[in-house]
Design a protein around this ligand. Structure first.
Ligand code: SF4
Length: 439
């Protein structure tokens, strides 16, 4: 049984999909910053692309993504025109001799596009960057059609991620996302036919009215349906930041200890069924690339969560997409209208972000290593009184120890990993309500 130490989880902390986090982003001259960061990459860099499709056919109440209802065809095609323009602009900027390792389509729901729109977009990507050996896509099973699956098959996808959250109709109604299990089953069959070898199912705990047994049942169901990976996220209720969450009944949300037991129960079911834990909220079959990367210590963390993508840089395209380079985090213009005006005028879309100092990179590596591997070699900049003070309660609880300059998390420290990582965050010394609970 995991030890529940509420005082150590009380402080809201970031999910650390980057360091510094997006909370530290500020306006900057995006095109100049991007050119500088691309020039600083090693020669012949490996690049990945992330294309953001900020539209969904139906909007779920809990969703914190930058997405809007895809209810007007002209709005979607206008956005795609801008996205193709950005692809062409960016292709002129990337260093010669680069190798494209992966293209990821996320959102929103990429399957809000019509099949021919998907193919047109990917033609533009191929014209600018060539074809990547790996293609990953997020799919909303509620609106996934056979026509879209057939178009996708032409692109030879390797990875797909299905939004499921829960199989329980009663819970689905409480979060504004009703989907039959049959839709999930059908989506899985079509994705397998299209060639997807690595299939992720997203699940959630901490939903209104949810019990520990519901989480156990959902995890078992995901395995029975043939998932290769499961991401089990804690629902973050922040209606002051995400207005659509106001429709969710806050008084039916489980309390902190129940959330903790839900995470524990999901972990127990998935590991009992043969999945390996990856990071603090992902699980994968032993033969899946994510589990292999975790064992080989090559696992990474980026804006898409835990990943086995080993590219030197991820370039984000589309409104609000974030590019991650060693010396720069850069976010595109968030507003779709302004994004469109900018890219169609021939300007790169990066509008805000942060240039990463050597100290940011050193601390970022410590934070990522804690989250990915449960241990980290402490950089000299981390040897200060603030870190020492922040780690003290975790050391006293025997959740961490420092041995020969290396921070080691105890086997039962997994639920505290984000809180421990926050000790190394020099931007965050005070609690802030924009982040979610640590479990
Ligand atoms: S389908 Fe996914 S991206 Fe779209 S609203 Fe629902 S959770 Fe958000």
């Amino acid at each position: 049984m995991w030890r529940y130490l509420p005082d150590l989880l009380a402080r809201p902390v970031p999910r650390y999909t980057s360091y510094p986090t997006a909370a530290e982003f500020a306006p900057l001259d995006g095109p100049a910053a991007l050119r500088g960061a691309l020039a600083a990459l090693p020669s012949g860099p490996r690049l990945s692309l992330y294309l953001h499709i900020p539209f969904c056919r139906e909007i779920c109440w809990y969703c914190g993504c930058n997405t809007a209802r895809a209810n007007r065809a002209e709005r979607l095609s206008a956005y795609l025109e801008a996205l193709r323009a950005e692809v062409a602009l960016l292709a002129r900027e990337v260093p010669r001799g680069f190798a494209l390792s992966r293209v990821s389509l996320g959102g929103g729901s990429p399957n809000a596009l019509a099949p021919e729109q998907l193919l047109d977009l990917m033609d533009a990507v191929e014209a600018g960057f060539g074809r990547a050996p790996e293609l990953s896509i997020e799919i909303d099973p509620r609106t996934f059609t056979q026509g879209f699956a057939e178009a996708l098959a032409q692109l030879r996808p390797t990875h797909a991620s299905l939004g499921v959250q829960t199989f329980d109709r009663r819970l689905q109604e409480r979060i504004g996302r009703v989907q039959d299990e049959e839709a999930v089953r059908r989506a899985i069959a079509w994705l397998r036919e299209a060639g997807v070898a690595s299939l992720n199912l997203d699940l959630m705990y901490g939903l209104p009215g949810q019990q520990v047994a519901d989480v156990e049942a959902a995890c078992a169901r995901a395995v029975a349906l043939g998932a290769d990976r499961v991401a089990l996220f804690g629902y973050a209720h922040v209606p002051n930041l995400v207005k659509r969450q106001r429709r969710i009944a806050a008084d039916a949300l489980p309390g902190p200890e129940t959330r903790f037991r839900m995470a524990e129960a999901g972990h127990a079911v998935l590991t009992r069924l043969g999945f390996e834990p990856v990071g603090f909220d992902h699980f994968a079959r032993p033969g899946d690339g994510l589990a292999i990367a975790a064992r080989a210590r090559t696992l990474r963390r980026n804006f898409q969560g835990f990943t086995d993508d080993d590219a030197d840089a991820v370039l984000g395209l589309g409104a609000s997409a974030i590019s991650v380079l060693p010396t720069l985090l850069l976010q595109n213009e968030k507003n779709s209208g302004r994004y469109r005006m900018r890219t169609l005028a021939g300007r790169l879309a990066g509008a805000c972000g942060i240039e990463r100092s050597a100290e940011d990179r050193a601390r970022g590596k410590v934070i990522a290593d804690i989250l990915c591997h449960g241990e980290a070699l402490l950089a000299p900049c981390c040897d200060d009184a603030d870190v020492e003070r922040a780690l003290l309660p975790f050391r006293s609880a025997r959740l961490v120890e420092v041995r020969q300059g290396r921070l080691l998390l105890a086997p039962d420290a997994r639920p505290y990993a984000r809180a421990i990582a926050a000790a190394f965050d020099r931007y965050r010394t005070q609690p802030q309500d924009r982040f979610s609970s640590a479990i």
